[in-house]
Every structure is written in C-alpha cells, then in structure tokens.
Ligand binder design. Sequence first.
Ligand SMILES: [Fe+2]
Length: 378
Amino acid sequence: MNKIGFLGALLALLVMTVFVFFNFPASWRKNKVFMTLVIIYDIIGTICGGIIFTAFRSLPNAWMKVFVSGWGTIYYITTLLLSVLFCLRILVKAVYLLIRKLTKKEADGKALHILKDEKLQVIVFVITAFVICTVGFIRIGNLGETTYEVTCEKEAEEESLTMLFLSDVHAGAATWPFTYEKMHEILASSDADVVFLGGDICDETTAEEDIQMLKEALSGLNPRYGIYYIYGNHDEFEDNFTGKQMEEMGITVLYDEMVEIGGVQVIGRLDPKDDALSWEELMDKCSPDPQKPLVVLTHRPEEFRAISASGADLALAGHTHGFNIPQFLGSNLLEDMYYGRKKYGEMTAITSSGVSAWGIHYKWPAKSEIVKVKMTFR
Ligand SMILES: [Fe+2]
C-alpha cells in the first residue's frame, strides 16, 4: 500500500473508532474499567492493523502472525460493522422523528421502548458485530468450486474447453495454511484443460514460507494446455518479482499478450498500475482473429464494454473479493461488476470473489472460491 493510502486508511479507521466510542451510552463512557478496556482493544488493534499492512512478512514466528492477523482483523471488522450499525441507528431515529413531526403521533409503547433503550441496542450491535466477524474469520479459505457454462458461437479445435480460474489468493496475512491444501486438492482432482491465475496471488504480506506453501499447492498439476498467470494490483511487479516466482513453477506469465490454446485465443492483461497498455493499444498489438473465440483475463473487472465491443467472448476477472461486507462499500462500487456473471453484448463476463482477501482475515457473506468455466463452441 502506498504511504498516502495507508495514512488515509488509518485516519478513516481512527475517525470510525472515535465515532463508535461516542455512540456507546454515556454511563459506559464514564466507567473507568470499560474505558480502559476499549482503549487497550483499540490501541492493540491499530498497532496490529498497521503491522499487517507494513511489516507482516517480517514477523518472526507463526504464533505472532496469528495474533497480529487475528486482533487486527477483529478490531478492523468490528469497528467497521459497528460504524455501519450506528449510522443506521441515526438514520432510523431521524426517520422516526420526522414521522412523529409530520403525523404529530407518538409510536406505541413497545416500539418506543426499543428506540429509546440505548444500552439494549448497543449490546445487540456489539454481539452482532462480533458474531459476524467470527464467522468471516473462520470462513475465509473454506474453499469451494463455482461452475459456469458458457456457449460461444465461434468454432474452436474441440467442442469445449474447461478452464479453472483462481484469483486473489493473497498468500500471506489473510490465508490459512489449510487453504493451500484445499486449493491443491481442487486443482489436482479437476478435469480442467487449462488453469488461469487471475492476479493478486501474492501481496505485500507474502513471506518466503507463503511462497513455499503456494508452490506446493500448484505443484504436480498437469492441465494439458498449462497454467497461465496475470498480475494483480497487489502482486509485486518491481523486478518482475511475482512473475519470476510463477515462471520458476513452470507457469506462463502473460504480460499484455496473447496465446492460442486449442484454437481459442487468450489475452492476458497487465494491471494498470504496472504500465499496462490501454485496451486499444493491446488490441493493436495482439490483433486477434475475429473468427476464433477470444477469452480475456483481466484482474480488475473494468472496461468490459470496450472489451466486448472488440469481439471478446468471455472475460474473467477477480479483484473485488465479491460481496464482502463491509469492505464491499469501498471501491467495488466503482467497478463494472463485483461478482458473478453478466452479459455485455455478446460477451459473458465472470467476476470471482477469489480464494482469500487482502490483509484482513475475513470473508462474509462472500465465499472463497475457484471458478470453473466450461465453454462450448459451435
Ligand atoms: Fe486486486
């Protein structure tokens, strides 16, 4: 994460922490024991969050990593969830006051009691936030397969092509060690003709041992058309670091280029942060045959209209981590789509919620998935 982004995120978290604190009942805030516990929870949470995004890979042992990742995640997610819940409470109160003013009527006794019982509301909110957080903490990396079938009106060498697309492994702070084993299990038992790694396979928290587990997860696979990788926004592009790791594993890296497998053209895009070509420049460079099927691998689900207008039949993306609350309320809204399958003209776009998430060890209600696409040709 760049310094401005990091400081911005830290400031936002600080504002939310203060907002949450001042939404606790006044009597609680006056209680010294309560205040001390909340301040300790917040300070340790902020330090852990800071370490996750700056020095996680340098932590000396696995237990320290679990502690930092666990506390940082719980603090971050509960603070975000409580902020959302307190905002909703303010909204509900404002609507209630407006209705009361317009109708000049009081709510009935029971509804009024719930609206006015601040302590009950906060206890319910805190329990809700911790339960959701725990569920998301456990669920991340509980990997499954999501299957899609796509029909293409063009001809290829065979009747169909089965692809596995996995993105956003974020090997490091957010990924359980057993996720790699599950990943290997799915990949090794699959009948896929080709495997695509859709970016953010590593990130800023990836340490040597994570690379090792990743290598084991991707070893011994033998899809007949091979394994291809494209860069994501968190993969380390400097000195082609992640690309070299992939090449060492026998994986082909697509740097804004096109390959052909079984009569199907596959374009792999670089991420915009890595001096990528514009879509128009890339089309000029690759000049795909309009008679042959065209699959586009792009880490971010962006520019789908332009990609479709160029004659692509299928676009595969990751990046968004799906409908992951409350992170979904961030940059996902700026993307073309955040999850699932969508038609853009003749083209089918599929965006995966990915295997894991960035830094924060949490996935809910989004699922942890590997996407399987069976593409059938004319
Ligand atoms: Fe990403």
